[in-house]
Design a protein around this ligand. Structure first.
Ligand SMILES: Nc1ncnc2c1ncn2[C@@H]1O[C@H](COP(=O)(O)OP(=O)(O)OP(=O)(O)O)[C@@H](O)[C@H]1O
Ligand SMILES: [Mg+2]
Length: 240
């Protein structure tokens, strides 16, 4: 179980997160909020790339700072920015990431093929990343997050730039993982998570303003679609 407790992050003059708290167990959690609401900041804190100004992040009641490497081994993260190694082939990139993740040398080859297969990139593995389309870059990023079957998966806008067929296929991958894994998915494509999310977390200007199952939220706001709930929650909110 991942627990975020009173988490705040102040960048120089911007309070990007203000006392955010929630708990995540197995299943898919959709993190929804407009540009600048703090989604990526929250993800970067959970994966340890950023340091919180205050508050705690606990994995099974232990601070992630104290767990260190143990925590990183159960974490998979696909960042929003595509910081790919442009001159590497997809195969080298995934192999390199597998080695960084300490996957046993004799298992690396199979594991790389497994994750490439999940995102339908097997036939593109021998091309350099710089020649990939936006959607292919996105898929290889998702693939590296799945290496080693980490328990906690963080995806920051994983479906951005994907064509409908790949969106649906990725949704199926997420759904399969959701029985045994914790997935936190930040997205602007509300329909990508509407049918698979166990809970939705609405983040507005760095604060959690509502959280619940899709059904509960639809009922609470008297709407038929999650996108309409989103508009109700964020209708008056413009870029900060
Ligand atoms: N490195 C940084 N230095 C200063 N301010 C930052 C930094 N990173 C983010 N911010 C600010 O923090 C706030 C939250 O940004 P964040 O990137 O977390 O939002 P987001 O919800 O991921 O947005 P988007 O939907 O556009 O990806 C914004 O006001 C942003 O300008
Ligand atoms: Mg972001």
């Amino acid at each position: 179980m991942l627990e975020v407790k009173d988490l705040s992050k102040q960048y120089k003059d911007v309070l990007a997160l203000n006392q955010v708290s929630f708990r995540l167990e197995e299943g898919i959690y959709a993190l929804l909020g407009p540009n600048g609401s703090g989604k990526s900041t929250l993800m970067n804190l959970i994966c340890g790339q950023l340091k919180a100004t205050s508050g705690d992040i606990l994995w099974n009641n232990h601070s992630i700072q104290k767990l260190g490497i143990q925590y990183y081994q159960l974490l998979g993260y696909a960042p929003q920015q595509q910081g790919l190694y442009e001159e590497m082939t997809g195969l080298r990139f995934l192999t390199y990431m597998a080695l960084l993740k300490d996957i046993r040398q004799n298992e690396v080859k199979d594991e790389v093929q497994r994750v490439a297969g999940l995102v339908h990139m097997e036939s593109h593995l021998y091309k350099k990343c710089r020649t990939y389309s936006g959607g292919m870059k996105q898929r290889i990023l998702v693939a590296q997050a799945l290496l080693g079957q980490p328990k906690l998966l963080l995806f920051d806008e994983p479906t951005a730039g994907l064509d409908p067929k790949e969106r649906v296929s990725l949704r199926q991958v997420f759904q399969e993982l959701s029985h045994t894994h914790i997935l936190l998915i930040a997205t602007h494509v509300v329909s990508d998570v509407e049918s698979i999310a166990k809970e939705v977390i609405f983040l507005k200007q760095g604060e959690v303003v509502n959280q619940g199952s899709v059904d509960d939220l639809l009922q609470q706001y008297q709407k038929d679609f999650l996108e309409d709930v989103y508009l109700e929650v964020f209708g008056d909110d413009h870029d900060v």
